[in-house]
Design a protein around this ligand. Sequence first.
Ligand SMILES: [Fe+2]
Length: 480
Amino acid sequence: MIHRRYPGEYPAKPLRESWFGWSAISVAAAANLVLLVRHAEKAEVAGNDMLAKDPVLSPAGRKRAESVALLLKDANLTAVFSTDYWTGRIPRIPHSFVCDIDHAGFFDMNSSEHRADRSDLVPAMCAAQVIVPCYDLQPTLNFFVERLGFRLDVIFPADRPSTAIVSGNGVTLRLVANSDAPLPNLRLMVDVSALPKDAPRELRAPNGMKIELADANPSIEVPEGKQEFVITRLGGSDVWGTGRAGMEYRDLIPNRLGGRFVASHIRIAKGGPVPDYVHSHRVRFQMIFCKAGWVKVVYEDQGPPFVMHSGDCVLQPPQIRHQVLEASPGLEVIEIGCPAMHETIADYDLLLPNNAFNPDRLFSGQRFVRHVARDAKWSQCRTVGYEARDTGIASATDGLAGVRVVSSSGEHAGAVRHYGELLFLFVLSGGLELRNDDLGRQGLGKDDSCVIPAGIEFELTGHPGSEMLEVALPADQSQL
Ligand SMILES: [Fe+2]
């Protein structure tokens, strides 16, 4: 038990016994103060030896950990240390709290990276209201309460109301009579199957406000797509752009094949903890291939975090929740998804790793795949002079997509022609040559990629010792 006196503030008391009193202590007033936090609330984990050795926090433990983060949010911490066990880490808390102490290891809280996160305004935030002007308050108030089921929270003045606050469906509206505020639109997410058949999908409130009724669970729209020959060369017209969570993106299919596919070469130059959060993607197909360096990731129902090394690959089934935790300097991955435009959905309620371990779980009919290059078996392709290691994605997607790494001994592969929706090649090492009567001779080097359109024949020759990533949809359209 730790006893400590804070000069001029409190008598010495065990921290554990004075948990709430401790919250009032001005931590910043003490010089070189070191706080020790120990988590004892381990979750019960059955069926997973690794999680049993390194369990996550129980709900009570997580609550306590979040309390610690809350207590320390204004303490001007200079550094945070933690063990490499999950119980030693304080889980992610809302971004408004400045102490980003959910990762293992050491953090310099004075770095510009952390200072940039701090806002003087955020700690003062309590709630949000959207100002909705209306000429006459009562009809608009009635519309929101009676027609849309909102709840009246506040109204004033009592003798002649001019302002009413209503809330519902996760939004609070401040209805203000005779306001010159601009009129907003409102998008309400609804269960379409529960709507009456003839229900309009757009309403007008008495104050003129547009109310759109949108499907809360829309099916994934996959554009029909367009078949085109695409070559993208490293150092060509493509540029690295800054994307989500501080990652740099290079577009490997700039025209997106009519919106059906996106292929990205992603890199994190600096390495270290990745400012990611638990999230999922609304996709039909998505895979990630680690091209260089390593990245630590964690997936829902797939056990503890693991490290993907160069050559490893994962299939991210539709809507599996996951988080990128940490990357080596110089991390590079190739990510391919369908459709090209898809949503990333944050989940602040789930802490990963979760306690369930269910590697056979199906997500929209697909099973999670972790392909480890070191353990992979190479087998002869049907084309002489080519070998491949299959990632298992064809089996896990029931043939929707096939992903292989193909190695060439330098033989001419002969004619390549497919009739699927995608044939994508990325040169991992060495090079290859494509020839076609109309498009001539096209040489691809390391980090170059191409999309071969359906129905058009190419002659393909890999350079000796070359390796390429081949992604085909459907899987049976693999060419080598
Ligand atoms: Fe993701």
